[in-house]
Design a protein around this ligand. Structure first.
Ligand code: MLT
Length: 393
């Protein structure tokens, strides 16, 4: 038996697994220290009442022979796909129900979608980036070309004119929090169309967008012919533990005579058995009027945390970006520290956990990511500690 040797080409552990390991080692050595976690983008607000009500009702249905459900509809229940389509309708994006695929989250689909593409493709990934795009391509042996996202382009790189086949974009961006304008996304859509590339658009943070910036790539003319969009209820509605997301694969996506929509349907019906009925009922409730009002409050809560972080960094003279259209604040490590040096500094001094920028790629070195997903009290406390440590150094 020969193993997939590509695994030897990726880091031995996933970024957030490595961080969790280092934090637990620190806690074992210093049991009295109270650590504040602003590292992995995991939510702290509980599921909203509309979701809980819907899930409770669905649970009772599952306990009665008359309403029990076994295997669900393969692309996700129609009631949920209709709710998602209506949500897109409000963004002036018209989707067919058969273009929406319910999943257990954006991360899985972002990795799984690669089943549709040959290994001999040029993959273009902006750097720094969510490590899943990179790792999943290396696991299957693809070569990656990186596009530098840095202060000179406001962390929003545009095409460099060189050929690409598979292009990853994430807006609002993880980790930098930067969000593309419609004009910038149009440049990407035109470029992908010109070179016959597919854009894999990660919209997991769309609900954090303020103002008139696009929240879906399909708000850009021509995108249905070149883009697949991934979205998730993890950050929008606190589903990190509950697990539900969706992927949009428009029927207009045709490459070498093959429709990506029917290929993805074929892939999913073979390898995936859907999301639990109870969870899908909870997800449907997110899109109800009451659900939307309730989740908006939680998003505002996190955005308030983001401004607390941003204000504190300003006071501490720490250069930073993001936090406006995103739950992530991207900062320049003070005192020319490397990303991991700053990680240790924050863990050992103010006992704060963040995410080293270099974990998101070469261009993340010297930067650091903080999340707004903790409670307001902990966020405030973390910033007080950070500022007093900054003064002491
Ligand atoms: C992150 O912290 O970057 C995210 O939580 C990762 C994810 O959504 O999988």
């Amino acid at each position: 038996m020969k193993i997939n040797d590509n695994y030897s080409r990726i880091k031995s552990s996933y970024l957030f697994t490595e961080i969790a390991k280092r934090v637990s080692e620190f806690s074992l050595k210093h049991p009295g220290k109270e650590i504040i976690r602003l590292g992995i983008g995991d939510v702290t607000r509980p599921l909203v009442p509309a979701v809980i009500d819907a899930m409770q009702k669905a649970t009772l249905e599952m306990g009665s022979a008359a309403t029990f459900r076994g295997y669900g509809e393969e692309q996700g229940y129609e009631f949920l796909r209709a709710a998602i389509a209506a949500y897109y309708g409000k963004k002036n994006v018209d989707l067919g129900l058969d273009e929406i695929f319910v999943s257990d989250g954006a991360k899985s689909d972002i990795g799984n979608i690669l089943d549709l593409f040959d290994n001999d493709n040029i993959v273009l990934i902006t750097d720094p980036v969510y490590p899943v795009y990179v790792d999943t391509n290396i696991m299957s042996g693809r070569k990656i070309r990186y596009l530098r996202a840095d202060e000179s382009n406001d962390f929003l790189p545009l095409p460099d004119g060189k050929k690409a086949d598979i292009i990853y974009l994430c807006s609002p961006n993880n980790p930098t929090g930067a969000a593309y304008t419609a004009e910038q996304l149009k440049v990407w859509v035109d470029y992908a169309t010109d070179c016959g590339a597919v854009i894999l658009f990660d919209a997991a943070y769309e609900s954090f967008v303020s103002g008139s910036l696009p929240t879906s790539i399909y708000q850009i003319e021509g995108a249905k012919k070149c883009a697949i969009e991934f979205c998730s209820l993890s950050k929008t509605a606190g589903f990190t533990g509950t697990r539900c997301g969706y992927t949009v694969v428009p029927k207009e996506l045709v490459f070498e005579g093959a429709g990506l929509n029917s290929m993805w349907l074929r892939r999913q019906t073979t390898k995936f058995n859907g999301v639990a009925y109870v969870v899908q009922r909870g997800a449907e409730a997110v899109f109800s009027a009451a659900g939307q009002e309730q989740v908006r409050k939680d998003i505002e809560y996190y955005k308030e945390n983001a401004s607390i972080i941003s204000e504190a960094l300003k006071r501490g003279g720490i250069k930073h970006w993001g936090g406006v259209n995103s739950p992530y604040i991207w900062l320049k490590c003070p005192g020319k520290m490397t990303s991991w040096e700053y990680f240790d500094f924050l863990l050992e001094g103010p006992n704060i956990v963040g995410t080293p920028g270099s974990g998101f790629g070469e261009n993340g070195e010297g930067y650091f990511r903080l999340t707004a997903f903790n409670t307001k009290e902990k966020t405030q406390q973390a910033m007080e500690r950070l500022l007093s440590c900054a003064k002491a150094t």
